[in-house]
Design a protein around this ligand. Structure first.
Ligand SMILES: Cc1cc2nc3c(=O)[nH]c(=O)nc-3n(C[C@H](O)[C@H](O)[C@H](O)COP(=O)(O)O)c2cc1C
Length: 411
């Protein structure tokens, strides 16, 4: 066979670019690189992964274009997905030397419970669109690594089964229904299942323009009847919605406001978390409405195309919460140093979304386990490198903010 040095050279260059930390710093998902660059490097087993991005390429290979598009999409031109990665490069690590780093503890305490790790699994809908074992595989993997799980309203497994697989009740994420009686039914079901916390997501109330996902759907010629039995909005495979019982209708008038948060608070003894807060003002209002944890998130760049990274929103939300309630964060976290930076900015815990789904789509439960163990290992290494042995020690003294802080909003 003739040797094609041009192609070999091009492939080598693409491989180099795909592996380059410059690209990772820019936040470009490696699966968006040329297939030519990825094919030779696809990992064959979870244990071969060097970082969480190694699972993304395998997920892309395993999933139909529509499902992969649903997973990866941001909104408009996906700029906020990229911004979520770029935001981390604003903060440099300011590390200390010659500290006794023989013993590292990553444990944190949240809502009166001790967690071994600050890393939790964000609510992501429809896990069985990514692997037949779906939420059960994820819950079992989380159990192995002792991670807290948030189960999404549009999950493809019931909360009772997920709790059994996790070995303890998970947190339930709520998308409210347009009928209060139905919303209430979901809350009561989560409560009856023993869930300690209700996570109310507020960042999609204005809609979201998911063009990458829609384009991928259009390109996909396969019909996926096992997922979409009766069309895209068919909820029959989503037990938290499909199992709602007929009840006297109590229609909501328009999208919810802070009044609704108060209603949720009064409706359940579960702790209430509001997911999708990105400003100091809203953090203050949330605390005023009895919210127990403020969750900084831009839905992984899938809500408004704000161009603001989630990590850069942490300082003002922490200022708004003012130590009265904990702040947690997700969106764009892929490395131990990312997690370290959020903790240093004042977050108590950090969620991952797409990375564990890449692991699930790539290798099922083992993939999720490996993604989580890579993140744990990387966080521990970042802590050792910085000279911090407990999460409490990780403060903003370990960061340099490259931009002068120009606070937005009210002071
Ligand atoms: C495919 C997909 C489905 C999601 N489904 C939900 C959901 O049902 N409820 C919710 O509150 N957030 C949902 N999210 C947002 C995640 O909870 C989380 O905020 C986001 O994935 C974090 O960003 P990351 O993917 O960059 O880690 C979803 C995210 C993805 C990627």
């Amino acid at each position: 066979m003739p040797h094609c040095s041009f192609l070999d050279g091009r492939r080598a260059m693409l491989r180099f670019l795909a592996a380059s930390p410059i690209l990772a710093g820019l936040g470009l998902p490696r699966a968006w690189m040329s297939v030519g660059a990825q094919t030779p490097d696809l990992i064959a087993a979870a244990k071969d992964a060097l970082d969480v991005f190694d699972f993304e390429a395998v997920a892309r290979k395993n999933l139909s274009p529509a499902h992969f598009g649903y997973l990866e999409t941001g909104t408009d031109d996906d700029a906020t997905v990229r911004a979520n990665r770029e935001g981390f490069s604003r903060y440099q690590l300011r590390v200390r030397r010659l500290i006794d780093i023989g013993k590292i503890s990553t444990s944190v305490s949240l809502l009166g419970a001790a967690w071994d790790s600050p890393i939790f699994l964000c609510p992501v809908g429809s896990h069985r669109a990514f692997h037949p074992d779906g939420e059960l595989a994820v819950a079992r993997a989380a159990k192995t690594g002792k991670h807290t799980v948030m189960l999404a309203t549009p999950s493809t497994t019931s909360i009772e089964d997920v709790n059994a697989a996790r070995g303890e009740p998970v947190w339930f994420q709520l998308y409210r229904r347009e009928d209060w009686n139905q919303t209430r039914q979901m809350i009561k079901r989560a409560e009856a299942a023993g869930c300690p916390a209700l996570v109310f997501t507020v960042d999609l109330l204005g809609g979201s323009n998911r063009l990458t996902g829609t384009r991928a759907q259009r390109r996909d010629t396969q019909s996926c009847l096992s997922c979409h039995v009766g069309g895209l909005n068919d909820n029959r495979r989503k037990p938290m919605i499909a199992d709602l019982k007929p009840a006297p209708a109590a229609p909501e008038v328009g999208p919810p406001t802070w009044e609704f948060v108060k209603r949720l608070k009064d409706a359940t003894p579960m702790k209430l978390i509001v997911k999708g807060i990105v400003t100091r003002e809203d953090a203050e209002i949330a605390v005023g409405h009895g919210v127990d944890v403020v969750f900084v998130s831009n839905h992984g760049g899938r809500a408004e195309n704000s161009l603001r990274s989630a990590v850069e929103c942490v300082p003002e939300v922490v200022a708004g919460a003012a130590g009265r309630v904990p702040v947690i964060v997700d969106s764009g976290f892929r490395r131990g140093t990312d997690i370290f930076k959020a903790l240093a900015l004042g977050a108590t815990a950090v969620g991952v979304g797409r990375p564990y789904i890449w692991g699930l789509a790539a290798f099922g439960q083992e993939g999720v386990e490996t993604v989580l163990s890579i993140l744990r290992r990387e966080l521990q290494m970042a802590m050792r490198q910085a000279g911090t042995t407990t999460t409490k020690q990780i403060t903003n003294a370990y960061l340099v903010d490259r931009l002068p802080t120009v606070p937005s909003g009210r002071q």
